[in-house]
Design a protein around this ligand. Structure first.
Ligand code: GDP
Ligand code: MG
Ligand code: ZN
Length: 291
């Protein structure tokens, strides 16, 4: 991509701070050189994209604000990958990824991998919670291939991104889906019980003519980008129906009088872990964000 183009792009976007001018899944116009290298002339407008707040100082803008990091563009489905254990299932992280996926308008599915490590059957509880929200939940064991067939069927004909914490088994699952892939698999470090980052770049993998998979590096943290406190409930399917009945239309469902979400929580109409998760996310959204 020529440097001149980068500059023009930033001017055109009128200081809309995107870290990534071109990302995985983008369609581009390009010229092909004789040596088979290419020069990008134009990035076609994205239908949608999945993003988060850039995690580190590397992603800080000139005034210190954290920029948007785009994971992938032009996607239909997001398969959120969790593991039953090693690393331990974390419902708050799952809810954060759900918010990022919902706000990008993706079809969401949840994979609970390493189901062989669920000795207490805890995951059956969570399966019901998320299926009641309308998300399909797959139980898989990527080491034996158990449960992978259903995922294979549901990803036909679309572009799917696989996203989740490091070490949950994203690359292992993709290797099961297509044995030709041979993606590198990491070791979960016994010391921290956290995954090591084996997948370092995001890869778009063609499986068949219209079916594409995107493998992503694992994440430790996720904060959705550009979210306002009063909009967060839109991405919690179980809370949003109550939000219409709140006294104030700017209600954040935290402490406000006449809040129908709080009332629903108190009357045990919403799952307490989900409401807790909502509050936890609400707290991490800064009040005066620049958009
Ligand atoms: N017990 C168990 N281990 C798994 C399973 N799937 C993957 N693993 C292991 O988990 C580790 C991380 O896998 P990897 O695919 O690299 O995870 P990624 O970081 O999400 O891509 C590797 O040691 C895998 O062998 C599973 O279903 N059960
Ligand atoms: Mg990986
Ligand atoms: Zn409210």
């Amino acid at each position: 991509m020529p440097g001149k183009f980068k500059k023009e792009f930033h001017l055109k976007k009128n200081k809309q701070y995107n870290l990534d001018i071109v990302t995985v899944g983008d369609y581009v116009e390009f010229t092909l050189n004789q040596d088979k290298s290419g020069v990008i002339l134009e990035v076609i407008n994205r239908k949608n994209y999945l993003s988060r707040k850039a995690p580190s100082i590397k992603g800080a803008g000139f005034r210190g604000e954290r920029l948007e990091q785009i994971v992938a563009a032009n996607i239909e489905k997001l398969f959120i990958v969790c593991s039953a254990d090693n690393p331990r299932f974390n419902n708050r992280l799952l809810d954060r990824i759900i918010v990022a996926g919902e706000s990008a308008n993706l079809q969401l599915h949840i994979i609970v991998n390493k189901i062989d490590l669920d000795f207490t059957d805890e995951m059956s509880y969570w399966k019901v919670v998320y299926e009641n929200l309308g998300y399909r939940v797959y139980f898989t064991d990527a080491r034996t291939g158990k449960g992978i067939e259903a995922i294979k069927e549901d990803m036909q004909g679309v572009t799917s991104v696989f996203w989740g914490a490091s070490g949950v088994g994203k690359s292992s699952i993709l290797n099961c889906i297509d044995s030709r892939l041979n993606l590198k698999i990491g070791d979960t470090s016994a010391k921290t019980n956290k995954g090591t980052h084996t997948t370092v770049t995001t890869l778009l993998i063609p499986v068949s003519e219209n079916t594409f998979l995107i493998d992503t590096p694992g994440i430790r943290e996720i904060e959705p980008y550009g979210l306002k406190k009063e909009d967060l409930h839109h991405y919690f399917r179980d809370l949003s129906p109550y939000a219409f009945e709140c006294r104030f239309n700017t209600c954040t469902h935290h402490h406000e009088p006449g809040c129908a979400v709080i009332e629903a929580f108190e009357n045990e109409k919403v799952n307490p872990f989900r409401y807790e998760s909502y509050l936890n996310m609400l707290e991490t959204i800064e009040d005066d964000m620049l958009f």
